[in-house]
Design a protein around this ligand. Structure first.
Ligand SMILES: NC(=O)C1=CN([C@@H]2O[C@H](COP(=O)(O)OP(=O)(O)OC[C@H]3O[C@@H](n4cnc5c(N)ncnc54)[C@H](OP(=O)(O)O)[C@@H]3O)[C@@H](O)[C@H]2O)C=CC1
Ligand SMILES: CCCCCCCCC/C=C/C=O
Length: 329
């Protein structure tokens, strides 16, 4: 008999999540039936979507949603061997049982030397978000200028590097001087700390006096309202995330987008990375290749210990992470 530790949502978040909104519990797992596997989580992901999705998809007492890289410790399914690593969507649990249908083996070409946690970041859902958002929504072209916010995070840091690979000029904004230094290190042409500039409008203008062809928006709210005015004619805005609004108890008010949208003839499109689930393999293959070649650099903010999951999640929402926020069990 295996005992799993799980984190449940004790109380729906009101405003910014608190550690007291979570409860750590223990669950006895049953013995495996034919066709089933026992897995242990090795790395778990904490992601911004957990904040809005908890309200939409969960009730109090449910196990927190989320993904992990897990190792197969017992198998009664001939398609999966003990010791193999998979990406699963089993929520905040140390151990779980699967019938093998909703788990994905790490690509067979995954180098031994590459951290498996990257399957939750650059070579996982956040990397795919950057890849499809830039190619399919922004439709970036060589020579264009791309703006990205939350630029030092899991999605943003990949957006900037893919845009450079695609022959664009890249401007990134992030919330600390250390993050700005990181952006310059990984090849961003311009980067600034949006928290310390006297005027965001002026800082954006200085970074690209001619304006922006593409804006990959991870933040929404006031930042997006200011940035939209600096789009070039026929610019494209990929509305990827709105993290500045996820913890609001009262919805923020305008300014509104219609006037710049009309006079600059902009395209603005929201998207979910799951739209391209049928092209997941293509995206992961491309991302893995760039990482192995050293063309895309990865950084992870690793929190040690399953007990610290709520703290890691709250820290990520506060902006404490450079690169992908990960918990190592
Ligand atoms: N559409 C889709 O399919 C997907 C959307 N997303 C979205 O992409 C965005 C980035 O996700 P991800 O890369 O995983 O997360 P990050 O690794 O970027 O972590 C979140 C970052 O958001 C920034 N942030 C937090 N609060 C605010 C705020 N009030 N104003 C501005 N910035 C803030 C912080 O960076 P800083 O210090 O720079 O402020 C923080 O580090 C999120 O909005 C997320 O919801 C992610 C995956 C898929
Ligand atoms: C329980 C795991 C669900 C994984 C869903 C990933 C979809 C991410 C879409 C993100 C939207 C905003 O952050």
């Amino acid at each position: 008999m295996v005992t799993a530790k799980v984190w449940v949502l004790k109380k729906h978040f009101e405003g910014f999540p608190k550690t007291s909104d979570f409860d750590l519990k223990k669950i006895e797992l049953p013995n495996l039936k034919d066709g089933e596997l026992l897995l242990e989580s090795v790395f778990l992901s904490v992601d911004p979507y957990m904040r809005p999705y908890s309200r939409r998809d969960m009730k109090e007492g449910d196990i927190m949603i989320g993904t992990q890289v897990a190792r197969i410790v017992e198998s009664k399914n001939p398609a999966f061997t003990v010791g193999a690593f998979v990406v699963a969507r089993s929520g905040w649990r140390t151990h779980f049982i699967s019938d093998g249908k909703d788990i994905q083996l790490l690509p067979s070409s995954w180098p031994e030397s590459l951290p498996k946690s990257l399957a939750l970041g650059t070579v996982g859902m956040p990397g795919l978000t950057a890849y499809f958002g830039l190619l399919e929504v922004c439709k970036m072209k060589p020579g264009e200028t791309v703006l990205v916010n939350a630029a030092a995070g899991a999605v943003g840091s990949v957006v900037g590097q893919l845009a450079k690979i695609g022959g664009c000029k890249v401007v990134g904004c992030a919330g600390s001087d250390d993050k700005v230094a990181y952006l310059k290190k990984i090849g961003f042409d311009e980067a600034f700390n949006y928290k310390t500039v006297t005027s965001l409008d002026e800082a954006l203008r200085k970074a690209s006096p001619d304006g922006y062809d593409c804006f990959f928006d991870n933040v929404g709210g006031e930042f997006a309202s200011i940035a939209i005015n600096q789009m070039k004619k026929h610019g494209r805005i990929a509305v990827c995330g709105a993290i500045s609004q996820y913890n609001d108890s009262v919805p923020q008010k305008g300014p509104y987008v219609q006037v710049p949208m009309i006079f600059k003839e902009l395209q603005m499109e929201g998207f979910l990375v799951t739209r391209w689930n049928n092209r997941r393999e293509e995206g992961l293959k491309a991302l893995l290749k760039w990482v192995v070649e050293g063309k895309v650099k990865c950084h992870e903010q690793v929190t040690e210990g399953f007990e610290n999951m709520p703290m890691a999640f709250i820290g990520m929402l506060k902006g404490e992470n450079i690169g992908k926020a990960i918990v190592k069990v």
